[in-house]
Design a binder for this molecule. Structure first.
Ligand code: XMP
Length: 326
């Protein structure tokens, strides 16, 4: 059993050289642990699973089987980026599962936020299990567990992991990042050559856009959410604000309001902009965004996103308002 306690005096990985030394050491350790056997990994495209994937590809190449489940709740372009980076650029053995219809069908009419999370989590395990059963000779499951997950939850990764697999699918765990803090994981990811947009990705909830399309998810509101979120990210990039605001996204509530378009009255959705700064996500403040940026986002959302007639900026700090709306 490998240690889950960070040794006293373990140097903080804060330079490319230290990241490279960690990679060399882990590549050797992973080869020794895995030998010529196969490892399975659920690759969401988040920072932790992406860095684990890149590290394992470096160590064991095609003996790593990555499964990317597109549940339809990813941000615009994210699933495509996973395929581009891991399959096309790094040559990974990547199984892409288009489960969009399955998830959206299961979620039809489910409006309670906790129930939505449960449905998404349970369906994810079901899809992943089906893919795992199709693979022959897998002996290990890799996970992007990092040190705060261990400290905060006594070894059980709190978010988006693949816990809950049936007993006959219990694999030995491979957790090469388990002693690292988030900033160290990013250093390692950068040293492995992953793109900045992956390495410095802002936090994204496991249930994805599902908790930002409020109430029962519908495909048209989900589309409005994804498109408005993409516009917001583009305009933050253009304004040079992406690395200066901790988390920002849009929300689409399940209500309509009156608008007028082309001389006719419409009854369409609002889009809410949420942007926060925080250190630990326990409390958060709302940054004073440039007025010109807010106007540009508003103009673009109103002209480019079907079904939207208003844009609002949420000024609520946490507490009282949580960062996510659900
Ligand atoms: P709240 O909304 O509680 O969010 O202020 C704090 C941070 O946690 C993220 N978040 C989640 N992450 N699964 C996750 O993996 C979830 O269900 C979930 N809910 C919130 C949120 O994006 C923020 O960074």
């Amino acid at each position: 059993m490998e240690s889950n306690k960070r040794p006293d005096g373990m140097a903080r990985i804060n330079t490319p050289e230290l990241a490279q030394a960690f990679i060399d050491e882990q590549v050797a350790a992973l080869r020794a642990q895995v030998g010529d056997r196969k490892v399975l990994l659920a690759l969401s495209g988040g920072v932790d699973s992406s860095v684990v994937a890149a590290l394992l590809i470096r160590a064991i190449g095609k003996q790593l089987v990555c499964v990317h489940v597109n549940h339809g709740l990813m941000r615009k372009g994210e699933s495509e980026q996973v395929v581009e980076v891991f399959r096309n650029q790094l040559g990974a053995n990547l199984i892409y599962v288009d489960a969009v219809d399955r998830f959206l069908t299961r979620l039809e009419g489910v409006s309670d936020p906790e129930q939505k999370r449960k449905v998404i989590g349970a369906e994810f395990i079901r899809v992943f299990e089906e893919e795992a059963r199709k693979q022959e000779g897998i002996e290990f499951l890799a996970q992007g567990t990092i040190y705060p997950d261990i400290v905060e939850s006594h070894g059980v990764k709190a978010h988006h992991n693949v816990g809950g697999l049936p007993d006959d699918l219990k694999f030995d765990l491979v957790e090469p990042l388990r002693l690292l803090y988030k900033d160290e994981v990013r250093q390692v990811g950068a040293a492995l050559g992953l793109p900045d947009s992956m390495v410095y990705r802002q936090p994204f909830p496991g249930p994805g856009l599902g908790v930002r399309c409020l109430g029962a998810i519908t495909r048209d509101r989900l589309n409005a959410l994804r498109e408005s979120d993409a516009i917001l990210r583009e305009e933050f990039d253009r304004a040079g604000l992406t690395s200066r605001v901790w988390q920002f996204f849009t929300v689409v509530p399940d209500m309509r309001s009156t608008g007028v378009r082309g001389g006719a009255r419409v009854f369409d959705w609002p889009v809410i902009i949420r942007a926060v700064n925080t250190v630990d996500a326990m409390t958060a403040t709302v940054p004073e965004l440039p007025w010109a940026l807010l106007h540009r986002v508003t103009d673009r959302v109103l002209s480019e996103v079907p079904g939207v007639c208003r844009v609002l900026y949420d000024l609520s700090p946490k507490p009282v308002g949580t960062i996510e709306w659900e």
